[in-house]
Design a protein around this ligand. Structure first.
Ligand code: PMV
Length: 323
């Protein structure tokens, strides 16, 4: 039996669009920070069975989720040259149903636990490549810290992997997740991306803008330039959502509280508080700030966030020692 843990991550330069569906290759690079306080722990164990088993937060998984995980495990089996089935037990220390980025930490922890249980010893870049097959953002949870996901050029995806460009200790920032609703999101990220690619006139301009954002974000992280990082992160987030909103039918992840919180973050910043926001394929708002601004973030969120989750930067996915 092998147990792995991995942290969720939030992109500051977003990934939105695929250049290959089957291999899950991104159409552009992305840049993220791992969230040390949002963790998935996954155990993989070889079983005598014709089918894989999956338990999520102590409950048997829904058939559609089991199917997606089993397809992923098939890739690991092929690589390990085995037909062995696995029992997977995975739990998050954050609310999954709220549509938080559980696929990133989930597939990163699964890639590590399952490959180790089937006897594979993969290098970090091979693990990142494998995790990417489960979910694009999961590739970034393998190196953790400040991670740069390469778009890559190769058709087989071997260079579409993430690398750590700075460790979690590089910059003492906090990410505050402002949870605005309890329900699961209406449109999954793959469907949202595909519809944007196929029908949005703003898709190509969005993709064309990413390389420049990546360069700016990279230098902002290196220089710990909060203002510059906030500027590029908000621009990347808004452009990604603009391309999605312009799809037919429009892919709109925001609710009223999302919009209200965007305004409040901007108003706080105009009043001298160091904050910026980003939003993924859901209605929650993620606010970045130094620890000294946490009280101000809690105050601005008060009547529009059902829950707030504060996280410090996190490290790479790792195997836990057997006890
Ligand atoms: O990893 P996926 O397929 O769930 O896509 C993630 C998409 C965004 O969260 C919206 C952006 C990102 O880069 O994480």
């Amino acid at each position: 039996m092998k147990t792995a843990i991995a942290h969720s991550n939030i992109a500051l330069v977003k990934y939105w669009g695929k250049r290959d569906q089957r291999l899950n290759l991104p159409a552009a690079g992305s840049l993220s920070l791992a969230l040390g306080d949002l963790t998935t722990q996954t155990t993989a164990r070889v079983i005598e069975s014709d089918t894989d088993q999956l338990e999520l937060d102590g409950e048997p998984a829904k058939p559609a989720v089991l199917r997606r995980v089993s397809e992923f495990l098939e890739l690991v089996r092929q690589r390990a040259g085995t037909t062995a089935r696995l029992a997977i037990a995975s739990s998050n220390n954050f609310p999954t149903a709220a549509g938080l980025a559980s696929s990133a930490s989930g597939f990163a922890a699964l890639a590590l636990a399952a490959s180790a249980e089937l006897g594979l010893k993969l290098e970090p870049r091979e693990l990142s490549e494998l995790a990417r097959r489960g979910s694009g953002s999961a590739a970034r949870s393998i190196p953790g810290g400040w991670a740069l996901m390469h778009c890559g050029e190769s058709e087989d995806g071997r260079d579409a992997v993430a690398e750590q460009i700075a460790p979690p200790t590089h910059w003492d920032l906090r990410c505050v997740v402002l949870v605005t609703t309890r329900g699961e999101k209406a449109i999954g990220s793959t469907e949202g991306m595909n519809r944007t690619m196929k029908t949005s006139a703003f898709y190509q301009p969005w993709i064309d803008s990413v390389a420049n954002d990546l360069e700016r974000a990279r230098s902002a992280v290196a220089a710990r330039d909060f203002e510059k990082l906030g500027d590029v992160a908000e621009a990347s987030c808004l452009r990604m959502h603009a391309s999605a909103i312009a799809a037919r039918p429009g892919v709109l992840y925001w609710n009223g509280s999302t919009v209200e919180l965007i305004h409040r973050v901007r108003a706080a910043r105009a009043n001298g508080i160091p904050v910026f926001f980003t939003i993924d394929a859901g209605p929650h708002v993620k606010v970045f700030c130094p620890p000294s601004a946490l009280d101000a973030v809690a105050a601005l969120a008060s009547d529009h966030a059902l829950e707030t989750i504060v996280s410090a930067p996190g490290g790479a996915a790792r195997l836990m020692e057997a006890v």
